[in-house]
Design a protein around this ligand. Structure first.
Ligand SMILES: *Cc1c(COP(=O)(O)O)cnc(C)c1O
Length: 462
């Protein structure tokens, strides 16, 4: 293994240098991938030297998500202490299902879950687990809600016409999960949002009433803390009031911005969280751990066990259920996603996590201020959001973002709201400073100046 670790150090050094010297890797067009890199697998081994060269080429040609010109996704940057934790998790290679096999790693996972449950006021009956991503966290919440609504479903299958509610701006995993869990995509009700992308509670209540009259069985509401495009926060208190009135499970999908629970300055955005039934957050988004690190907690430990435990005499041979985490997880064998978040949290403290969150909002303010002070830009997003959505000189966002990517200049994506398409700058890399945000605009403007073919459609030019 020593040889491989040496090679790993060498490859790491190569990558870190490349990230600095050329923050955006020149992309290989997908149709030319196989002729550019030797990816094919053969019957015979390759020499060590060739193996090393091939890995170098692979590293150099992979998109650089930790660089200061990567703004494309709801993650970015690198927290060295978190990366260290994940490297250790790979080296240790435990499976999180039993205390016998994972030992202290179980304690690490439980400590994170308990601290989060405490922080959001979930009380003594709460518990949680790490899921393979935010989509699967939502899935687990939806399954718990389904089984809490009708505990015969895990045995008999779904026989009622169940309906569930989410905003029109919520994540696509909600309908996908509805399909997985035997409820059906057609039973998802998309509730309209206001002009800032937040679910309108009165529309939710009206739809629930209508469905009850039509003999449907409403069972679940998904609120979003940080919608995927605008970064909007659904207001929890009015939603929880409705859910209590009609006896529906309320989940908060905080995959993107649930990290605000760590900030005294911004946790008001999820006021009322203690009144909800479940909450999920991706530490690999705002908290900056490597992918993936997704946490789901519920106020009702009972439902987590009821929906996800299954006896297995060959697996659970020692220790109590509280230490055999396989009793509450989606998977059987499960990688250790907790350690990378724990190494980060341990090293910077809860105050350090708060600084990360506050800094991301600060960077978004820098970006909005720049846009507001420059008349060539139009802003489409709102305050208290780390998604900064804009257009520049009315250039079609898709065309602009694609050209920036293909020429290896800048990684940024686009989205739309209310039939308007725009560039979405995500200020989630807390390793960035004001300088890098201003540099983003400079790179974009210089690029447009050099590419006269990028211009507003004619309707804007009159
Ligand atoms: C990213 C995201 C998800 C999905 O999380 P994955 O880890 O990518 O599966 C779900 N909901 C919201 C609001 C998100 O932003």
């Amino acid at each position: 293994m020593k040889k491989e670790l040496e090679l790993f150090n060498k490859l790491s050094a190569l990558l870190l240098k490349a990230e600095k010297d050329q923050p955006v890797a020149t992309p290989i067009p997908a149709e030319r991938l196989l002729e550019t890199l030797d990816i094919s697998l053969q019957d015979t081994p390759v020499s060590e030297a060739y193996f090393e060269k091939t890995l170098e080429a692979l590293v150099i040609n992979t998109p650089r998500t930790a660089s200061n010109l990567f703004f494309n996704q709801l993650f970015g940057g690198r927290k060295p202490k978190a990366t260290l934790g994940d490297l250790l998790a790979v080296l240790l290679n435990n499976s999180m299902y039993t205390y016998k096999v994972a030992g202290p790693q179980v304690g690490i996972e439980k400590e994170i879950l308990h601290r989060i449950c405490d922080m959001i006021g979930y009380g003594n009956d709460s518990d949680g687990t790490f899921a393979p991503g935010g989509s699967m966290s939502n899935f687990m919440a939806m399954v718990m809600a389904r089984d809490a609504y009708n505990d015969t479903i895990p045995h008999e299958g779904v026989q009622q016409k169940l309906t569930l509610y989410t905003s029109a701006e919520s994540h696509y995993s909600i309908p996908k999960n509805a399909a997985f869990m035997g409820i059906g995509r057609k039973q998802v009700r998309y509730i309209d949002t206001d002009e800032q992308g937040k679910m309108i509670p009165s529309k939710l209540e009206a739809q629930i009433k209508k469905d009850r009259e039509d003999n449907f069985h409403p069972f679940f509401v998904n609120a979003t803390a940080g919608t995927t495009v605008l970064g909007a926060f659904d207001a929890i208190p009015p939603l929880s009031k409705i859910c209590k009135k009609y006896n529906l499970w309320l989940h908060v999908d905080g995959a993107y911005c649930g990290g605000v629970i760590f900030s005294k300055k911004y946790n008001h955005l999820v006021d009322g969280l203690e009144e909800t039934d479940s909450f999920s957050v991706n530490a690999h988004k705002m908290l900056g751990t490597p992918l993936s690190c997704s946490i789901i907690v519920t106020k009702h430990k009972k439902y987590l066990y009821d929906s996800f435990s299954n006896d297995a005499a060959y697996l659970y041979q020692t220790d109590g259920d509280d230490y055999n985490l396989g009793k509450t997880s989606l998977q059987c064998g499960r990688r250790n996603d907790a350690l990378k978040f724990w190494t980060l949290w341990k090293s910077v403290g809860t105050n350090g996590l708060e600084s990360i969150i506050n800094h991301q909002f600060h960077l978004s303010e820098v970006a909005r201020e720049y846009i507001n002070n420059h008349p060539d830009y139009t802003l489409y997003s709102f305050k208290d959001s780390i998604s900064v959505c804009f257009n520049y000189k009315n250039i079609p966002a898709q065309q602009l973002c694609t050209a920036l990517y293909k020429q290896g200049s800048l990684m940024v994506g686009f989205g739309h709201f209310n039939h308007t398409e725009f560039v979405r700058l995500v200020t989630i890399n807390s390793g960035n400073s004001k300088e890098e945000i201003l540099n983003f605009f400079e790179v974009l403007e210089n690029f447009v100046a050099k590419h006269p073919e990028l211009k507003a459609p004619e309707v804007f030019q009159q």
